[in-house]
Structures are given as structure tokens and as C-alpha cells.
Design a protein around this ligand. Structure first.
Ligand SMILES: *Cc1c(COP(=O)(O)O)cnc(C)c1O
Length: 468
């Protein structure tokens, strides 16, 4: 680096040369040229000021590396968080992705009735599948559940008042606050109750002023202790009596609380999660949920319920701004078909849920063997994630590695594709429930290169995972 101190104007590289070098390292040429120009200009300005600049090449390289890191790439999720919002929540089954890719890369029946060749309705097939799977009169699919909520309030409550419990005014990930989103719909919120307790009488007291009742499932947190809220059933009775629609945002999109697509009785960790079908049966007029949480499909927002309300949503001007694209419809329809044909456990989310403890333990043990025992397989937990089923976990074996968690973490991130693990109290934790078995070997190779030199030793006592 000694030569940097003596840099002079004539040492500055040409923009094209520097850009060519960055482009050879993978940055697209337009970005490479911009980065090169900025780095050279910075160096020139410093020379003008009589200072000694950083070498433009190393400056430009670090900016280029930052840009390349923004590019979406696949990663290996060894965190045990099944629906990791930062990694795109649910992943699609290969067959769903294939259909989606075909629709994206070819002319396809996105809005066409192919029996007549005339214009048809967007997402009409998913709509029919949703009717059949949930028992709803009708359904509508939009871009995401935040969009479904916005549209439902705009179309059903209009500029009127939507009653909502103060215990349900939640903030979802990325600091999006539902009350602010609801206000953006044009409806105003009529808040009732307190943070921890809301009674039926609180709703009854204001129902005369209300254009809708909204109940939001507090997906990402749980009230415990001195808490009270009103059931869907009781709210539905009040709604019917007062001729005010009940909108239920159930969030995660568990189609049926009985989980009929899984063998045996529903898993314990789903006990508190409202099913879409059951919420409709309880009398909700509209039920809203995400496509990419427990449903296991693509990013989408789904509304099911009364045909007249769905119709109002579908014909509202906002519907056009919130509509889904053809390839997302294809992915969603394909995912719904898997439920409708008894293959729900082949949907990647449910496939991960269905992996048995014993078969996972074997995989963790095999991984540990390849690391010459530099760690320990312990009883741990996977996390459903995406702010669904708060506090609930799925019993899973975890591999706790010996050695510095931070060092291992960095080595894993530098792998290709990068491997994401969990750091807990100085220990690196690997959970293979969220890993394709075909990727176990890469994890083993990366770790064995990183743990050579580390002595196997006593690990901290059993750790529990952090929720996402
Ligand atoms: C996740 C969630 C949302 C937001 O859904 P997106 O599909 O991410 O837009 C809204 N409401 C509830 C209750 C949720 O759990």
C-alpha cells in the first residue's frame, strides 16, 4: 500500500480500464462505469485538496462488492426458521415453480377464457380452488395480505368506521403498523377495549356507528395473563344482528385447523392458530390471509367470504393497483391443487414440518461424524417463523458446533451458496430441518474446512432458539 501515499494525478486509472476490471469481477458494465467514475473523481478531488487519496481500485472494489451483495441469490437456510421473512418466506414446490416459470416465459392464459378466446377473469382458477378448499362463497387474490386488508377496508368500510380492539393494533415486520395501513384505506378506526382486555360490550357500545368490525389475529405476539378478547363467533353474532360485516384478518393462512393433509392429529404448535375454514364457519363475512406463510405458496393476499363483499373488493379501483401477476397466480393455483389432491405434505413448508425427529437426528449425527465429533447433537427446536404461531416451536435435533460462533458464521456466509445458521450465546447452531438433504454435503465440507484446528470440547448447556 506504500505507493498510495505517493499517488499523483498521472497515477489515476482511466475510467474504462477500472470499469473493465470491476466488470470482470461480475458487476454489470453500467454500474461498473458509475462506480469507477466516482472512485476516480473522489481521488482527484482529494489530490486537488492536497491530500493523499485511497487507491481508486481498492475503493471501487469495495463499493462493487457492496453492490454485488445486494443481488438476489439463493442461500442455504440452516437456521431452522421454516418461514424466514428475510429469505422470502415459503419456498415453492418444483411443480408449482415450473408452472409459474412457464407462465412467466410464455404467452399464457392470465386473463383469457381459452374455450372462447375471449377475455376472462384474472386468477379465476385459484378462486375456484379456494371456494372448494375453504367452503367460501367466493374468493379474491391480490398482491399480499397487507393489500387484501387495505382493499377490504376501502371496499367494505369505505370512509366509514371500522371497529377494532386496541389489543389487535399490531405492528408487523419491517415496522409496518396495521393501524397506519388501515387509515390509508380511507376508513377510520374506532378503537375499543384496552391493550389486554376487550369485551363484547365494548363492541356493542359503538356498533351503531360502525361500517365494519375488524378482528386481527395477533400473529407475531401473544397476550398472556390478565387478558381477554372476543371470539370470532361472538363477534359474528353481533355483526349479523347489527347488519355490519365482520372482517377477520387471520394472517398466516392455515386453510383448515384440523390439518387434514397431515397424517395423525394436528401438531401441538398449531393449537392456537385459527383455520380459514373454521373462521368462516364461525361466521366471519370475509377472511384475509397471506399466501406465503402457513399456506406455503407464493407471496399473495387472499380474501375469502361473502360473494357480495368479494364483488365489492374486485370492482374497487384499488383492486387494479393490487392485482397479482400471471406467474404468481400459477404458483398459487398449483399450491392449492396440491391441497386439493391430497398432496399437502409435498408442499415444501408441510414437508419440512413432516420430517420426523429420528430421521433428522440421523442427518445431524452424520454431519457431526463428518466433523470428527467437533460438536454435539442436542434436543432443540425449529421455529415456524414469518410471525406466525408466536412462541410455538417444533421439536427438532440441532447441531451445536464447537469453536467460535462468529468465525464459523462468517465461513458459512462466505460459502457458495452462502449458508445461514443461528448464533446462540456464543455457539453456532445448525438445524437441518430447513435444509434440502442434497445440501448437507456442502455444509459438511464448509464446516470441516472451518473446524479443522478446533478441539471438540464441552459445550454450553442446551440452548433454545430465538424466534425470528
Ligand atoms: C403477516 C400478516 C399481515 C401481512 O401480510 P403480508 O402478506 O406480509 O402482506 C397482515 N396481517 C396479519 C395478521 C399478518 O399476520
Amino acid at each position: 500500500m506504500g505507493r498510495l501515499c505517493h499517488m499523483e494525478y498521472r497515477d489515476l486509472p482511466r475510467v474504462d480500464d477500472l470499469a473493465g476490471q470491476l466488470s470482470a469481477e461480475g458487476l454489470v458494465i453500467d454500474l461498473a462505469t458509475t462506480v469507477a467514475r466516482e472512485a476516480i473523481e473522489t481521488a482527484r478531488r482529494l489530490l486537488d485538496e492536497g491530500k493523499s487519496p485511497v487507491d481508486p481500485l481498492s475503493h471501487a472494489r469495495s463499493v462493487a462488492a457492496e453492490l454485488l451483495a445486494l443481488k438476489p441469490i439463493r442461500v442455504i437456510n440452516a437456521t431452522g426458521v421454516l418461514l424466514h421473512t428475510n429469505l422470502g418466506r415459503a419456498t415453492l414446490a418444483a411443480e408449482s415453480n415450473d408452472l409459474s416459470a412457464t407462465v412467466a416465459t410464455h404467452p399464457a392464459t392470465v386473463e383469457m377464457d381459452i374455450t372462447t378466446g375471449n377475455r376472462g377473469k384474472r386468477a379465476a382458477y385459484a378462486r375456484r380452488l379456494l371456494q372448494s378448499l375453504t367452503g367460501a362463497e367466493d374468493a379474491l387474490v391480490v398482491n399480499n395480505n397487507a393489500a387484501a386488508l387495505l382493499l377490504a377496508l376501502a371496499a367494505v368500510a369505505g370512509t366509514g368506521k371500522a371497529v377494532v380492539s386496541r389489543g389487535e393494533e399490531i405492528e408487523i415486520g419491517g415496522s409496518f403498523r396495521l393501524p397506519e395501513l388501515m387509515a390509508a384505506s380511507g376508513a377510520s378506526l374506532l378503537e375499543v377495549g384496552t391493550t389486554n382486555r376487550t369485551r363484547l360490550s365494548d363492541y356493542e357500545a359503538v356498533i351503531g356507528d360502525a361500517a365494519a368490525i375488524l378482528k386481527v389475529h395477533p400473529s407475531n405476539y401473544r397476550l398472556e395473563g390478565f387478558a381477554e378478547s372476543v371470539s370470532y363467533e361472538a363477534l359474528a353474532t353481533l355483526a349479523r344482528r347489527s347488519d355490519v360485516p365482520l372482517i377477520a384478518d387471520v394472517g398466516s393462512g392455515l386453510l383448515d385447523a384440523n390439518v387434514p393433509w397431515m397424517p395423525g392429529s394436528p401438531p401441538q404448535w398449531l393449537a392456537e392458530e385459527p383455520g380459514v375454514r373454521q373462521t368462516l364457519d364461525d361466521g366471519a363475512d370475509l377472511v384475509l390471509f397471506s399466501g406465503d406463510k402457513l399456506l406455503g405458496g407464493p407471496q399473495a393476499g387472499i380474501a375469502v367470504g361473502r360473494a357480495d363483499l368479494i364483488q365489492r373488493m374486485a370492482t374497487h379501483p384499488l383492486a387494479r393497483a393490487l392485482r397479482i401477476d400471471g406467474s404468481t397466480h400459477a404458483a398459487l393455483a398449483s399450491t392449492l391443487e396440491m391441497y386439493a389432491s391430497g398432496r399437502g405434505t409435498s408442499i415444501p413448508f408441510w414437508a419440512m414440518v413432516s420430517l420426523s425427529y429420528d430421521e433428522l437426528e440421523l442427518r445431524h449425527q452424520q454431519l457431526l461424524d463428518r466433523l470428527e465429533g467437533k460438536g454435539e447433537v442436542v434436543r432443540g427446536e425449529s421455529v415456524p417463523g414469518a410471525g406466525s404461531v408466536p412462541g410455538e416451536t417444533i421439536p427438532s435435533p440441532n447441531l451445536h458446533l464447537a469453536g467460535s460462533a462468529d468465525t464459523l458464521w462468517e465461513k458459512l456466509l462466505a460459502a457458495s451458496p452462502p449458508i445461514l445458521a443461528r448464533r446462540r450465546e456464543g455457539t453456532l447452531v445448525i438445524d437441518l430441518r430447513t435444509v434440502d438433504p442434497a445440501d448437507d454435503a456442502l455444509i459438511a465440507e464448509t464446516l470441516s474446512a472451518s473446524t479443522s484446528g478446533v478441539r471438540g470440547g464441552v459445550l454450553p448447556p442446551q440452548l433454545t432458539p430465538v424466534a425470528e
